[in-house]
Design a protein around this ligand. Sequence first.
Ligand code: PXG
Length: 463
Amino acid sequence: MNITPNLRSTADYQAMDAAHHWHPFTDTGELNAKGARVITTASGCWLTDSDGNRLLDAMAGLWCVNVGYGRDEIVEAVARQMRALPYYNTFFHTTHPAAAEFAAALAEVAPSHINRVFFTNSGSEANDTVFRLARVYWDCIGKPSKKVFIARQNAYHGSTVAAASLGGMDAMHKQSGLPIEGIHHIGQPYWFGEGREMDPAEFGLKRARELEAEIDRLGEDKVCAFIAEPIQGAGGVIIPPATYWPEIQRICTARDILLVADEVICGFGRTGNWWGSESFAITPDLMPIAKGMTSGYVPMGGVLISDRVAGPVIDKGGEFTHGYTYSGHPAACAAGLATLRIMREERLVERVRGDTAPYLAAKWEALGDHPLVGEARIRGLIGALELVRDKTTMERFPDEGAAGARCRDLALAQGLVIRATRDTLIISPPLVISREECDLLVERTGKALDQLADELTREGALG
Ligand code: PXG
């Protein structure tokens, strides 16, 4: 067996992969016809593929490698931990130093009303945990009828059954008969896509008040919680109008509904504060986390649990019959501790808020002047461009998703990894990105847009 990078040819890796590896969210037939891109090494914000190409990773892996690649501090911490104790469970009244230390460190960076964490191995498991824990909470305070979750269309909360049901992705629901019972979806605060005929502030209130209407329809005594991402990530980096979150908070408080902020992408500095909730001034009762928690070096997720929820469940709930073999895995806790240490020592959140984010925002927003761009939006280090066929009418392309995919591929050909969700281009670079790398990111995105505009003009596909 050979796991050293690059000892086989690209074609060999592609052939082995095509024969044996089933990829997530992938049309396997389509992938195997062309062969997977093989990434072999990485450092800082840069990936290297098996042909030696260097790519600027403006997606931080998959929204997770916040402290950048090649951080020896994390590698060493994980190796030390694995030598000392590679595994022990946290069931049966047992803990280990890494789990205790990481839980305490998370409580320290969490908002002040949050002091506990339940460890999982992914964001999906975190949301399945939320689904069960929130219901247990209401049982414990004598309101067992409050069982229903309200979530949003085009939300992404993961791929396990409860998480995929909480998510609002039609394609996922269609494929497997989801959502499961007890989950209802309301509209998303996607002003550019769904509300442009209204003022953004008015639209934000309108979408928030769908929550109130849904609670009334279902009955307040039946509703357990509302779950949402502070900024929708996979759905297209949808930054809600400023009026949205305060109104959601008001409704959750007035109607006594738990507020769950899915911080899997927005947490750990992405929006220029430790938490997306902080950026939008909300006080969630539960915060599912993952990704930036270990900067993706070792898989891990968790649920940050407020004192409000923890108190009654600890006092009255007895055993919470839920847990994973690898809850609080020592290697993951060590990676998480080392990640938090880097973030604090390098003042990464402050650097994003005070320097990198405003620097990138000025340049990113200038891409909004491009003839193919209907809107450029960014918050912290998470941003999007909306591609349009006609900038004056904001008309979209008829073949939804084709222009986005082409632009993403043109960027890749220049050595820049960005993502496309339908015709929305997305970035979420490592928090350690430098000003020079921000320049390159914007320059390459601009070139990809120019090339796409040229091609579309030649094809007669523009207005
Ligand atoms: N919540 C949010 C907000 C997420 O973005 C999850 C939960 C699930 O986490 P795990 O660790 O189970 O994957 C996510 C994950 C994409 C993409 O296409 C986004 C995610 C995962 C896979 C693809 O942008 N986010």
